[in-house]
Write a protein that binds this ligand. Sequence first.
Ligand code: DLL
Length: 413
Amino acid sequence: MMFQPEIEAMPRPQLEELQLHRLQSTIERLRSRVPAMASRLEGIPAPQSLDDLVNFPLLHKADLRDSYPFGLFAEPRENIRRIHASSGTTGKPTVVGYTEADLGMWADCIARNLIGAGCEPGWMLHNAYGYGLFTGGLGLHTGAERAGISVVPVSGGNTDRQIMLIEDFAPQAICCTPSFALTLAERLGAEARNSSLRVGILGAEPWTSAMRDEIEERLNIVAVNLYGLSEVIGPGVSCETARRDGLVFAEDHFYPEIVHPDTGERLPDGEVGVLVLTSLTKEAFPVLRYWTGDLCSLTHEPDADGRTHARMSAIVGRADDMLIIRGVNVYPSQVEDTLLEIPNVSPHFQLVVSRTGTLDEMQVRLEGEGIDPSAVAAKLKSSLGVTVLVTVEPAGTVPRSEGGKLNRVNDVR
Ligand code: DLL
């Protein structure tokens, strides 16, 4: 089923005409309302075709940081109806804003995702994405309401209580991270397959098809992959349908490109590279060629139900080194910054990321004289927002760079 069939199955020539028109307005909006962008775009002629987008510079997370908090907003502060934020490499979060129209557009995108995933108006959605500055909770919330679905705004945490609510309220759908879906399956045990749940809308962190198989088998649900990022809107940039045949973009709102990770050159369909996204309708915080750092490939073939918007593969990795630990973005450089503030900690450290059962675990192996591991762990917990295990190793045992690029991260998940 489609929530907005006239848009989701719009003939491509018509869609591309709409995209070009919206792209031109977005660039005009940036030039006339965002001084920092006007100077970046100076002298670049207005695009006459979608291919002309390659003439525009890529926008990186660091550019957002330079304009913290509201410097890239294209609307006066009073017109902003909502603020969200995501954690970044430094102590300051990346801040994003939405006008009323932006919130309406976002709700439409999520409603398309939910209906496409097989949810029906009148169903109930157990929403276990975090509420607050994170875009997951409120993003799914308003989109589900738009689709005519009852929302249980549970947010994250307290697994036992979540299980009680699922048993008592009998929701047909759940949204949460894939790792949390596995935790639920594990806690529910033999009962997991008999719950009321039929559809899971899972995302916010990378997951493999093996993990999908396990989730679907253990919970007896159809599990679709939902992708998005705060800088672009939040969840709802792309999502699989019940067919699980690629994540369909809301291409009338977000224009995807795949570029080579080193050269930035645009790559053809089927080739894996970095996903670069341009917002086409956002008012408060338009982004032009935003470098997501996420690696995937695209196809522009229509899907089996007639959706004409481009689809992406699941994310296969990241061009940079961000780690996602239980849904929280962690950069090795954040760990480094925190460790280096502690006296006597040697700069040689290693991060070991593993998965025990269904939960991500991060161990920080470090060296240094007279270090109290629990004090370091507490400091890391407050700066990163995740619990880590700290171990102090004998001097000289943590791997050193041997001239090449030192990989501080040993991800064994
Ligand atoms: O994670 C938005 C979201 C919420 C998506 C709920 C899906 C569901 P951020 O916190 O800004 O936003 O993190 C964005 O998370 O660049 C990817 O690296 C990663 N990510 C998000 N969804 C997926 C996914 C939200 N389905 C960053 N597969 C992105 C792989 C994902 N990685």
